[in-house]
Ligand binder design. Structure first.
Ligand code: SAM
Ligand code: SF4
Length: 387
């Protein structure tokens, strides 16, 4: 026991030391709001001058200062999207990244190769809307061929999925998470602020089932007065279909503070309302090791999950880092920390020391506060960092 206490104190001291050293890492890995890096003119987003040295202890699997093993990377392939979900993105869009700022597929492949050699096993492709990026199956094929990568999943709004599902499956996508905030066509349009999306999303669901993406998870961001009257309808679907419906507590980002303040529904309330339909038992849930907690009705083929970033912090189980479309490695979805991997990579330098340093400064937990931009690190939308 005392060994464990000492070890944990040493890890925390190392973490503090790494945090104090941050300014030497360059302007990207520092306390700047990430949104500013997006806006920087080409070349002004300065890369660090010199790579940090690796310590003797810096080898082997990726373990952070709190003992969490990191083996999962969420890769955002674009900041753009064909929808404008009310809780995610402003209706007029955001200042998009320029093409030259975005990692090309070979650059993403190189980063994944380096990280796979450090213990990365699982990848999720996200965005923005990943299916708006051209030739996505080509990237999937490249990543699926990297030794050590065992699982590739995709998060999508489903609008463009139907014609691409087969190619994505053949390329190596095993699982998909589909976002769907309502089962009513006119409401989907209103929440996504784009007309005519519902039928295309439904076609995406059918295609996902047809080509055999397993398990199929459905993400529902729950908002009071907007879609919380559909909790029971979504939950009832899990009695008919082998789908894993996950109700998500809305998280505050720069553009949705009002929604986060006034329309937030805590997961306990969501589950209470679903329980009115019948007995719900805790279950292990589908593969994927995500942050959701799962329940099921007796004999139901599907499950009901809740994702509770606001009411119950699950950061102690976090196993991931994030790579933004312009090559910033983020140790946490929220907060200010990110490392520019793109510029050292383009200069032909080793990126492993930068990955290790990012790992060492991974925060113990996020500091989100309902209805407040505090803790979100200047993010305007989750689409900026790949939610
Ligand atoms: N466009 C794809 C999609 O919608 O599935 C992938 C990117 S999207 C940012 C990933 C997930 O984040 C979606 O399930 C979306 O509902 C969720 N999301 C976006 N903004 C959110 C917020 N403020 N709070 C909670 N979840 C959010
Ligand atoms: Fe686009 Fe996904 Fe954000 Fe909706 S949640 S606006 S689909 S990135």
């Amino acid at each position: 026991m005392s060994d464990l206490v000492q070890q944990s104190a040493a890890l925390r001291r190392a973490h503090e030391r790494q945090r104090r050293e941050l300014p030497v890492l360059g302007t990207e890995l520092c306390g700047q709001p990430p949104a500013r890096a997006w806006d920087a003119p080409q070349g002004a987003a300065t890369a660090p001058a010199a790579a940090p040295e690796l310590d003797d202890g810096d080898a082997g699997p990726m373990t952070d200062a709190f003992g969490r093993r990191i083996e999962y990377l969420r890769i955002s392939v674009t900041d753009k999207c064909n929808l404008r979900c009310v809780y995610c993105m402003p209706e007029e869009g955001l200042p998009w990244l320029r093409r030259s700022q975005i990692l090309d597929y070979e650059e993403i492949h190189q980063i994944v190769r380096v990280m796979a050699a450090m213990g990365l096993h699982r990848i999720r492709i996200t965005g923005g809307e990943p299916l708006v990026r051209k030739e996505l199956p080509a990237l999937i094929r490249m990543l699926a061929s990297v030794p050590g990568i065992e699982d590739i999943a995709l998060s999508t709004n489903g609008v463009l999925l139907a014609p691409m599902a087969e190619a994505l499956r053949e390329a190596g996508v095993q699982r998909v998470n589909l976002s769907l905030d309502s089962l009513r066509p006119e409401r989907v349009d209103a929440l996504a602020r784009r007309h005519g999306s519902f039928d295309r999303i439904m076609a995406g669901f059918e295609a996902a089932e047809r080509v055999g993406f397993q398990p199929l998870k459905v993400n529902v961001v729950v908002m009071r007065g907007r879609n919380d009257d559909e909790l029971a309808d979504f939950a009832a679907m899990t009695r008919e279909r082998p789908w894993h419906v996950r109700f998500i507590e809305v998280m505050p980002v720069g553009e949705n503070l009002d929604i986060s303040a006034r329309q937030y529904v805590p997961a306990a309330e969501m589950l209470g309302r679903v329980r009115a339909l019948g007995e719900l038992r805790p279950v292990t849930g589908p593969a994927g090791n995500g942050p959701a907690t799962y329940f099921a009705f007796p004999d139901a083929p599907g499950t009901v999950g809740v994702i509770t970033p606001m009411s119950h912090n699950y950061c102690d189980r976090c196993n991931r880092m994030r790579l933004t479309a312009d090559g910033q490695l983020r140790p946490c979805l929220f907060g200010d920390l990110q490392t520019n991997l793109r510029d050292p990579l383009r200069r032909g330098e080793s990126i492993e020391p930068w990955i290790r340093r990012t790992l060492h400064v991974k925060p113990e937990r996020h500091g989100l506060v309902r209805g407040s931009a505090q803790g979100s690190g200047g993010l305007r939308a989750l689409s900026e960092v790949g939610g």
